[in-house]
Ligand binder design. Sequence first.
Ligand code: SF4
Ligand code: SF4
Length: 255
Amino acid sequence: MVICGTILSMDNFFSTQENTEDNSLNSQYDNLKDNYEKIFIEAAESIRKEVNAFKPEDPCKKCNIKDCKVEKKDMFASYPPACPYRDWQLKILTFLAGDYRQKLKSAYKNMMEKKNNYSCNRCAACCKLATSQFSYEQLKQRAMRGDKFAKDFVSVFVPYKNEEEAKKANPEYFELLNKLVEDEKIYYYYCPKLSGNLCSDYENRPDICKDFPHNPLKLLPSECSYNAWKNEIAHEAMLLKAKVDIIDYYGSKLK
Ligand code: SF4
Ligand code: SF4
């Protein structure tokens, strides 16, 4: 059901190809690697275009500041305090943290709403093998500190005794999850409320079950019918994620 923490990173996103015929998890992973760089560049160019739209037009012609040594007038240059480009940098900061971030949030919401066009096929793969970067004890501590996600998680999931048991639940999914996290520790869980392929406590299931999958970057088991939604929004989701990462980086560099 839940893939949280480290593997909710961009590294887990899959193919940006639509209607991909080979929808196996390995194929998704390979496509991700092929497409990531291109999408990141696309995101950076799109942001640059937005911020250049309000860049001052050659203020140096009328500038009285002596000894200005700035050669390349880009958004990261170190401008003197009175320089109009410095104002531009401040405007960029405000824009990225305000209107632009809001625009990305609204795009994210629209993208998540598209999930409603698909439905669960009740394969129960998400109930049989859930993962977290956190141990059961750590999740319980996080739940006690008020983390809603962790609270929901420990209300239904329990840890597998060992990796062998987890692997038996879904060998293909298990292998790929391991490939993705590489050196990081990953913990495997299952829900004992599952009876056959049905939830024995369906009416009381927590939000993490109702909302699954919660993130368009989540790697899903190949059985999951929401892979069709992921294929539909793959490029858009990756682009959005890249934009969020870029504006966070720009924000920290411009401060
Ligand atoms: S509570 Fe039900 S829906 Fe949620 S993980 Fe358990 S069996 Fe699945
Ligand atoms: S289709 Fe997806 S959400 Fe539904 S039970 Fe299967 S893995 Fe879970």
